[in-house]
Design a protein around this ligand. Structure first.
Ligand SMILES: *[C@@H]1O[C@H](CO)[C@@H](O)[C@H](O)[C@H]1NC(C)=O
Ligand SMILES: *[C@@H]1O[C@H](CO)[C@@H](O)[C@H](O)[C@H]1NC(C)=O
Length: 457
């Protein structure tokens, strides 16, 4: 796989993980192209299947065919995107579930019982299986990508391991080749797996069977590390769970007493049901990341951390990211706790992953790290409200690519309403002129029409 395709897969995984939270999740909201350094890759999407949440399951799972058309090659992927649930309360309350060692017994891996149940939802498994089989008997699928943010990411990892061990699928010769190259790229996912200890494998298998399980386990662990990447931002609490509850405990201990009281009273929006979780700490240390962890640094850039080092790394505090707010009602210093919680948002991950792999997506607001980095040098002339850009204004800033300018309507710090955005590209400036919504360009009737038209400037 060429470097450009790899970069597109990573950027796309982050973007799709954010997109699946949108109510209608129409494919028109997805970027029609991505720029990777100087190369443009055009993208087109076809929905393969969609599973909506029901009364009994909060699962949303879409699979899309995505065609990549670059200057030198074309590439087709089947992307499977999970959104677990929109309320963190829902899932974190059962984060304390102990692993099920039965599902992946043959390969010696325990899996979080609750998240396994989501990933093995029969309707999802059947539809995905038929989408894969149908496509594989036709032409040209190059890769399957599993992705999701937060709980959706944990479920994506379980689904990837499930596809990898699905006998029915693997018996099909074309599919087995595809599945052996599958990619799982998740953002801010907690840890759904617990490798079974060697002693336990010996205890639970007949003497002659144990070596086979140990071998299968080593192969699966190596495979997960090679095929799966989980992006982790700085001190984000969620990827530390449930294996490193101690990390959260340490952070929590530094929160002042008065603030804890407010939290107990439910005064602040806290996505973690800490009480429940901390009480369940016993035994949760068996969970560990099996993916390669890609740690995003506040200043840009990342480090790849292998499976065995990742657990230790996720126990240590990183320096605080100064661009992330750490106050409540503007008064309390939370010693990083609030910041660590705020670091979890999907949109911020998209911007950081884009930056890490050199991707830009001008049509959808992901060129604009300005919003995420309030300290960036900029010039603003126009109306404000509550310290944020609001009303008519003109914002100009310069980054390594050149000068960006937006003139038009703002709402609460974001491009929103009618506006005109000019931004640099390799061969001149491009312009988006039309309607913006929460920082994203909507154009008229479609994205391509206005945005991408070249100006002479
Ligand atoms: C894009 O440029 C950056 C910085 O020069 C480089 O590290 C990265 O490998 C490039 N990406 C691709 C896909 O060529
Ligand atoms: C991408 O799409 C644009 C507009 O449709 C087209 O002009 C360009 O040639 C395409 N690029 C590639 C590499 O296919």
């Amino acid at each position: 796989m060429r470097a450009v395709v790899v970069a597109v897969l990573h950027a796309l995984a982050a973007r799709l993980s954010e997109w699946i939270y949108d109510g209608d999740a129409s494919v028109h909201q997805l970027p029609p192209w991505l720029d990777i350094n100087e190369s443009r890759v055009n993208l087109s999407y076809t929905l393969a299947s969609r599973i909506e949440p029901t009364g009994t399951s909060s699962l949303r799972c879409d699979s899309l065919f995505v065609d990549l058309q670059g200057a030198e090659e074309s590439y087709r992927i089947l992307a499977v995107i999970f959104r677990g649930t929109t309320t963190a309360q829902d899932w974190i309350a059962n984060a304390g579930a102990l692993p099920d060692y039965d599902k992946f017994k043959d390969i010696g891996i325990g899996v979080h019982a609750g998240w396994k149940a989501v990933a093995t939802y029969p309707e999802y498994v059947n539809r995905l299986r038929s989408a894969i089989l149908e496509e594989a008997s036709g032409t040209g699928l190059d890769t399957i990508l599993f992705t999701g943010h937060s709980l959706g990411g944990a479920v994506a990892q379980v689904a990837a391991l499930l596809a990898y061990t699905d006998d029915k699928l693997w018996r099909h010769p074309k599919v087995s080749k595809l599945l052996s190259g599958l990619q799982c790229i998740t953002v801010a996912a907690p840890q759904p797996f617990s490798p079974t200890s060697h002693q336990q494998i010996h205890r639970e298998n007949r003497e002659e069977a144990a070596p086979g399980v140990l071998l299968a386990q080593a192969d699966a662990l190596q495979g997960m590390e090679r095929r799966c990447t989980n992006y982790v931002r700085n001190n984000d609490l969620v990827p530390r769970l449930p294996g490193n509850v101690g990390f959260i405990q340490k952070m929590w201990d530094r929160v002042p007493f008065a603030v804890r009281m407010l939290l107990d009273l439910g005064a602040a929006p806290l996505p973690l049901d800490l009480g429940t979780l901390l009480k369940q700490d016993m035994g949760l240390g068996v969970y560990a990341p099996l993916c390669t962890t890609r740690l995003l640094n506040p200043g840009g850039g990342y480090e790849n951390i292998g499976r065995t080092a990742a657990k230790r790394m996720l126990e240590t505090h990183r320096p605080r990211d100064p661009s992330v707010s750490d106050t409540y009602l503007g008064v309390v210093e939370w010693n990083g706790f609030m910041a660590a919680q705020n670091e979890h948002r999907a949109k911020a991950y998209v911007n950081m992953v884009y930056r890490a792999v050199g991707a830009r997506d001008y049509a959808h607001g992901h060129h604009d790290s300005f919003i995420e980095e309030p300290r960036k040098e900029y010039e603003y002339a126009g109306q404000q409200q509550g310290g944020r850009f609001h009303g008519q204004g003109r914002l100009t800033y310069t980054d390594s690519a050149g000068k960006h300018q937006y003139e038009g309507e703002f709402m609460e710090g974001k491009y929103h309403g009618h506006g005109r955005l000019t931004f640099p590209e390799a061969n001149g400036n491009s312009v988006c002129d039309g309607e913006f919504e929460s920082g994203r360009f909507h154009g008229q009737g479609g994205i391509l029409h206005a945005c991408g038209e070249k100006s002479t400037g």
